[in-house]
Write a protein that binds this ligand. Structure first.
Ligand SMILES: Cc1cc2nc3c(=O)[nH]c(=O)nc-3n(C[C@H](O)[C@H](O)[C@H](O)COP(=O)(O)O)c2cc1C
Length: 193
């Protein structure tokens, strides 16, 4: 029997945990960001959801730019820290060594295996959050995180956030190949046509 799950405000699917980088009044700032999704194939675009109470929100409204940085599993503590502390309470500008790509206000984190610089194209105004839709301008990684020229999850070691239990998880074993694992069922169905 299905039961109604009452904590809908806290519920969320597992998300890749990231760190959002912005320029807040000219100064580098970071916050933990879980609510992120790919939204367009070409041009490559993603969408992030940021609460209006966060200083990072104001920073993105001001500059129209941000970075999304993918930390690896050994960065759990510092990732959580930038999600516990508000810029108005603590200076988070010196936590990471940063570098820049094309955009002036999208600080990229040197120690993250993969970083993305983004330019906002649309802002969806929601009751407590804004959904920023942005074009991916560039993605940066290192050779050591690639296999056959593609980002290798086993080398990058990203981690996931689940809510409402508020826990981080490693990515487990590979279960199969996408656009492939369903082919056996498709073959059986096709044979019955
Ligand atoms: C694991 C984790 C994930 C988070 N994900 C988001 C998110 O997706 N969107 C958001 O607005 N806040 C999120 N937060 C909260 C912000 O990171 C937090 O409020 C932060 O201190 C804001 O910093 P700022 O005021 O310097 O921008 C998250 C916090 C944690 C701990």
């Amino acid at each position: 029997m299905k039961i109604k799950f009452e904590q809908k405000n806290l519920f969320c699917l597992p998300w890749a945990q990231t760190i959002l980088g912005t320029h807040l009044k000219g100064k580098v700032n970071f916050m933990a960001l879980g609510w992120l999704t790919r939204v367009n194939f070409s041009p490559a675009m993603l969408g992030i959801c940021v609460n209006k109470n966060n200083a990072s929100h104001e920073a993105i409204i001001d500059t129209g730019e941000f970075s999304v940085n993918l930390p690896s599993s050994d960065m759990v503590e510092i990732t959580d820290y930038v999600g516990l502390v508000l810029a108005k309470r603590a200076d988070k500008s010196d936590l990471f060594e940063v570098y820049y790509g094309e955009l002036k206000s999208a600080p990229l984190i040197q120690s993250c295996p993969l970083s993305i610089e983004c330019k906002v194209t649309q802002t969806v105004n929601l009751p407590t959050n804004s959904f920023f839709i942005a074009e991916i301008i560039n993605i940066y990684t290192e050779d050591r995180y690639l296999t056959d020229g593609k980002p290798d999850i086993e080398k990058i070691k990203p981690f996931l956030l689940t809510m409402p239990d508020n826990r981080f998880w490693p990515i487990g074993n590979c279960l199969g190949n996408a656009w492939n694992a369903g082919k056996k069922i498709k073959k059986i169905k096709d044979a019955k046509k």
